[in-house]
Design a protein around this ligand. Structure first.
Ligand code: THU
Length: 131
């Protein structure tokens, strides 16, 4: 699976977003070393704080299917003009399982930028921080 293909899956997932409040669909696609891809979209709620981001939807799908390791790349696609980088809560959740994950932040036109999660969340608090 190429980066472009992973970005395309993230872009396509936006069609499943449930976004009556923000009207800002986000899609995500998480690639694992064994070739499996877990996708997700944002799911909002009338109690706004209960909203689930697309990246965390993909993450929870992976973990709940028994896939906790070997995550290689995560593509995210939003609906604004700019590259869609993961929010702080998603960075933290991703760090738990894949501190060296490659993150691909896409624009609606399919162009994207790549960064390491360790760049996006420096000096992170993770499992090893608990001693
Ligand atoms: N959103 C995501 O799905 N991922 C992010 O990393 C940033 C924000 C969603 C949450 C909400 O449904 C909408 O985008 C606007 O914040």
């Amino acid at each position: 699976m190429t980066d472009q293909e992973l970005v395309r899956l993230a872009l396509d997932m936006r069609k499943h977003s449930y976004v009556p409040y923000s009207r800002f669909p986000v899609g995500a696609a998480l690639l694992c070393a064994d070739g499996r891809v877990f996708t997700g979209c944002n799911v909002e709620n009338a109690a706004y704080g209960s909203t689930l981001c697309a990246e965390r939807a993909a993450l929870v799908k992976a973990v709940s299917e028994g896939c906790r390791t070997g995550w290689t790349a995560l593509a995210i696609a939003g609906s604004g003009e700019d590259f869609c980088w993961p929010c702080g809560a998603c960075r933290q959740m991703l760090y738990e399982f894949a501190p060296h994950l490659r993150v691909l932040a896409a624009r609606p036109d399919g162009t994207f930028r790549a960064a390491a999660l360790s760049e996006l969340l420096p000096h992170a608090f993770g499992p090893e921080s608990l001693g």
